[in-house]
Ligand binder design. Structure first.
Ligand code: ZN
Length: 238
């Protein structure tokens, strides 16, 4: 039987996010629910107690999706440490767009992930699929054209990703590693840059498909907790 996947979509705001009057987390949760692929889809926001990420919520979350922009500094270090620990233990993490500067992402990646080029003039973006046989790219065409976007450009200060699934080209001439995977501990992490709050990028079926695929990919499988520490009894007779 396939594992039932529980997803939590986190956002720093509750409502009134430019093009998303009910908040970006609500829009993402809706298309995840509509896909029929997930068992429970919760949302959590910054204003809730523990930012909505109480221990029991995280323990019951297979994949956490993180959207944030202006209030990274308001996320408590205690919650960041809690999320980091769950990822190291195997929870999947999908970091979207301006979440690149979130403490949970930089803590796990270990570099200054807030450093990149950006501008907001509504230029065109072409997201090239460069790993078409990867599960995150399933059903995605050779490229996705986004008519208006916020530019994120190199040099993005991340370490070389484990896998580079998408590279974006922009009308203004920049390029960006727009879809990257990382592994930290037992957790799988995917960063995907499209999705600014002023443009309805999360309404695009191809973008929704990437996020749905990523949530399925990042879900941990069932595995025995590995033994660590002092191990005085060898398996073989010495
Ligand atoms: Zn943005």
């Amino acid at each position: 039987m396939l594992k039932q996947i529980n997803v939590t979509v986190w956002n720093e705001q509750d409502v009134n996010q430019a093009a998303y009057p009910e908040g970006i987390h609500t829009a993402i949760a809706k298309f995840l629910n509509d896909s029929g692929k997930f068992h429970i889809v919760r949302t959590a926001t910054l204003s809730q107690p523990d930012h909505g990420l109480q221990k029991d919520v995280l323990d019951d979350t297979d994949v956490l999706i993180w959207w944030a922009h202006c209030y990274h500094h308001m996320v408590s270090d205690e919650i960041v440490a809690r999320v980091q620990q769950r990822v190291l233990d195997g929870m999947g993490l999908i970091v979207l767009h301006s979440g690149h500067a979130a403490k949970v992402f930089s803590r796990l990646i270990g570099t200054r992930t807030d450093k990149l080029r950006w501008r907001e003039i509504g230029e065109r973006e072409r997201v090239w699929t460069i790993e078409p046989n990867h599960p995150i790219a399933a059903g995605i065409p050779e490229y996705i054209d986004i008519p208006e976007t916020e530019l994120y450009g190199e040099c993005f200060q991340i370490p070389p990703p484990d896998e580079l699934i998408f590279i974006s080209w922009y009308q203004g001439g920049d390029v960006f590693r727009s879809g990257c995977t990382f592994k930290r501990g037992f957790g799988k992490i995917f960063f995907f840059s499209p999705g600014h709050e002023s443009f309805l990028i999360y309404d695009m079926p191809e973008i929704q498909r990437v996020i749905i695929n990523a949530a399925e990919w990042a879900c941990p499988i069932s595995y025995p907790v590995p033994q660590t520490g002092h191990s005085p009894e060898p398996l073989e007779k010495i």
